[in-house]
Every structure is written in structure tokens, then in C-alpha cells.
Design a binder for this molecule. Structure first.
Ligand SMILES: Cc1cc2nc3c(=O)[nH]c(=O)nc-3n(C[C@H](O)[C@H](O)[C@H](O)COP(=O)(O)O)c2cc1C
Length: 399
């Protein structure tokens, strides 16, 4: 288990420091794919157990996804923030679904409530049907064009400016955050997306670029591309990877459990899901599907990297499978490519959070999980609101 030490900052800066994140399964969990037996509903008390386990085990944060098959990421993060002490919340943010002005206020409030533990994962979206269900009818590149405007306004608000903006998709007049976020400049921005449009947005606005769990050689190519585009903008970007994990005491045990996880999957279900995933508009998703083509005999795509979960799951479909020593070695390989953030999960999420932390954390230089120093600044309107100040005006705000 990671220790919270006074040396956390120095360790964070070491060039082998790993920032481990876990995942909150807001679209359900279970111990076997494709069967109802052992499935766990998304009850809040269970999500709280997963978050509290991640908090005490020393994960730096948790990713909370967005999509119509998920519980709402913001509401879940707000509730979990009050039940955890150090854990950061990497909350999915979907430009296009809501105004950047109102969402920036929501983010600043959540940053204040969580005492500086909010991070944001910008999700432009890769599934038109899913997006249409949320009222977004833009095509792939239009969504990124909107995201570019959204983040331009967002960053100005987070920097304390009063914003007037007239773009193609976004308009603001006198927008301002009266209650600033705890973190200087606002919560750090992450993004997942491998298209040219995603990388352009990353180069301009994003702190950390995330990839799905591709083999190291493919990851290295993308890292070089993102780095070069960011450098052309005079910026530096950090990197992260999203992987499933299945770690056991021995290789044999791990591979046996990996096979068990998918043994009840129906071939017709696999074929139907693969057809849908192959037609995805998301370049990141297309790259993952291309690695195995949905074939059960092609699931080992690189040493200890297994695509079994991707037979029926979009997105994070690849897993590091093996003994603690071997999985730690694979993580060090990614780390050497510049990957610092490891956003992990496994089925079931509670048990696998423990297994990974117990088997692998002691073998890595886990970045410190020190709670950020908190400086909650007073809001410009005054913490208690003008109507409580002596000599203040009559209350004219919202009732
Ligand atoms: C690590 C990671 C997490 C993601 N999380 C979500 C999510 O929660 N919801 C969602 O709809 N898309 C999610 N995506 C998809 C991307 O945000 C993006 O919309 C999609 O890949 C399309 O972009 P692309 O064509 O540039 O790859 C995620 C992608 C990555 C790599």
C-alpha cells in the first residue's frame, strides 16, 4: 500500500513516478462478462465502497465516465467527494451537452466542496446515437470545433476573467465565476481521443492526453504525435493510459481467471457488439477493434496485454493480465514511453482494486497521495451572500 509521506512531492517528480487511478463502475459491475449471475447493480452504497477502497489503498483518483448507460458523473462525484479524504475525481465533461458557463460554475463548486480534488475528462463523443439522446446533433469534427470554443471560454473563466465571446457554437455575455475554484487556473483537463481533431484540441488546451490500452509500440507513435503538435503550440502535455487489470500471485492463476471471465460469452453477442464497435465514429475505438477483430484466438496482442474484455465492451477493452511482477514490468515499459497516469479497472471493481494495489503498488514508485493544500478563497459575493452583511442591500438574488 502506498504510504503518505512528507516526501511525496519529490517522489511525484521522479521520472518513474506512476499516478494510479481506479474507476467507478457507474454502468454496473460483476464477476463474469455476459451473465447475469453475480452482476452488481449501480447502487450508490456499492459505488461508495469502491471509492472508499480506492481512497484508502492509495489510488490517486478515480475516473467517472459519462454516457446514457451511466449514472450522472457529476452527481456521483459530488456525493463521493464527501465520503473520501484524498481521492481525486476525474469527472467526464461533455461539451455540447451543457453551456460552458453553467458547467464552469458547477466545476468550481465541486472543486470547492472537494477541497481541490476535481479533474475533468473532456469527452467530445464518438457515438452519434448516444449523443443524439443527449440532444447533440453535430458530426465528429464539428464536436471538436465546439470543444475548442468551449475550452477557450472555460479557461478564461477559470482564470478569473469576465468573458464576452461570440463563436460559431458558443456565445457569452458578461460570464464570470464569482466563487473561484480551489485549484489555480481551475481543475486540470484530461482528454481521450485519437483523431486529428482530438489531438489539435489537446495541443491547444489539454494538460493530460489519455489513450486506450494499445500495445507499447502504438502508444509510442501517438505520444510522439501529440508531443509534436503540443510543442508547435509552445505547450507540454502529460500522458495517461486506460487499462483493465487482472493480477494474481502467478501467471497461471491470472490467465485461468481471464479465461473464466469470458467463458460464458455467446459468439452471436460478440459478433453483434463487434459489428457495432467497428462502425464507431471514434478513431480511438477503431484502433482498439483493429487489434483483435473480435477473434477469440487473437486476444493476446502484446506480452501480458489481453483483449478479451473488448469482445463485448467498447472503450477500455484491453487488460494487463499476469503476476504482479510481470504486470509491474509492463507498466514500467509504458512509463518509459512517458505515460504517467494509469487509469485502471477490473471485474469486480472492488476486489480487483485491492488485488492490484496489494500485488503491484509495492513494485512501483507510486506518486504521493498527499492531500492538496487547501486554500478555499472567499467568493466575490462574500461567503454568506450580501444579504447577510451589515448594511447590505435587500436580497435580490435567486430565492
Ligand atoms: C480514457 C478514455 C476515456 C473516455 N471516456 C469516455 C466517456 O466517459 N464517455 C464517452 O462517451 N466517451 C469516452 N471516451 C471517448 C472519447 O472521449 C472520444 O469522444 C472518442 O474517442 C472520439 O474521439 P476520437 O475520434 O478523437 O477518438 C473516452 C476515451 C478515452 C481514451
Amino acid at each position: 500500500m502506498a504510504e503518505i509521506s512528507d516526501f511525496a512531492d519529490a517522489r511525484d517528480q521522479a521520472d518513474d513516478a506512476v499516478h494510479p487511478f481506479w474507476f467507478i463502475p457507474t454502468h454496473g459491475d460483476g464477476r463474469k462478462l455476459g451473465v447475469a449471475e453475480g452482476a452488481r447493480p449501480t447502487e450508490f452504497s456499492y459505488l461508495a465502497q469502491v471509492a472508499q477502497a480506492a481512497d484508502r489503498l492509495g489510488y490517486e483518483g478515480v475516473l467517472i465516465p459519462t454516457g446514457r448507460n451511466c449514472e450522472d458523473a457529476w452527481v456521483v462525484a459530488s456525493s463521493l467527494a464527501t465520503l473520501t479524504r484524498r481521492l481525486k475525481f476525474l469527472v467526464a465533461l461533455r461539451p455540447g451537452v451543457s453551456s460552458p458557463l453553467a458547467t464552469a460554475r458547477q466545476a468550481a463548486t465541486l472543486d470547492r466542496i472537494s477541497e481541490g480534488r476535481l479533474l475533468l475528462n473532456v469527452v467530445a463523443g464518438g457515438d452519434s446515437t448516444d449523443l443524439a439522446g443527449d440532444g447533440v446533433f453535430l458530426d465528429h469534427d464539428q464536436r471538436y470545433a465546439l470543444t475548442d470554443e468551449y475550452l477557450t471560454v472555460w479557461q478564461r473563466l477559470m482564470n478569473g476573467e469576465k468573458v464576452n465571446f461570440e463563436g460559431k457554437y458558443i456565445r457569452a455575455e458578461g460570464a464570470q465565476l464569482l466563487f473561484p475554484p480551489v485549484q489555480e487556473g481551475g481543475p486540470r483537463l484530461f482528454i481521450g481521443g485519437s483523431s486529428d481533431a482530438a489531438i489539435d484540441v489537446t495541443a491547444k488546451h489539454i494538460d493530460t492526453w489519455l489513450t486506450w490500452g494499445e500495445p507499447p509500440a502504438q502508444v509510442a507513435e501517438k505520444v510522439a504525435e501529440v508531443r509534436a503538435k503540443a510543442a508547435a503550440q509552445g505547450r507540454k502535455v502529460r500522458f495517461g493510459i486506460r487499462l483493465q487489470v487482472l493480477v494474481r500471485e502467478t501467471e497461471e492463476e491470472a490467465w485461468r481467471d481471464a479465461e473464466k471471465l469470458i467463458e460464458d460469452l455467446d459468439d452471436n453477442v460478440i459478433a453483434a457488439i463487434q459489428k457495432r464497435l467497428a462502425a464507431s465514429e471514434s478513431v480511438a475505438q477503431q484502433r482498439i477493434v483493429a487489434l483483435h477483430g473480435g477473434r477469440r484466438d487473437k486476444l493476446l496482442i502484446s506480452p501480458n496485454l489481453w483483449a478479451g474484455i473488448g469482445l463485448v465492451r467498447g472503450g477500455a477493452g484491453t487488460a494487463l493480465v499476469g503476476s504482479g511482477e510481470n504486470v509491474a514490468a509492463r507498466i514500467r515499459e509504458y512509463r518509459a514511453l512517458g505515460i504517467e497516469y494509469f487509469v485502471l479497472s477490473g471485474y469486480p471493481h472492488l476486489e480487483e482494486a485491492y488485488r492490484f494495489a496489494e500485488h503491484v503498488f509495492p513494485l512501483l514508485n507510486i506518486a504521493g497521495v498527499k492531500k492538496p493544500e487547501v486554500k478555499v478563497k472567499p467568493g466575490r459575493a462574500g461567503e454568506a451572500g450580501e444579504h447577510f452583511r451589515a448594511g447590505g442591500h435587500a436580497h435580490s438574488g435567486p430565492s
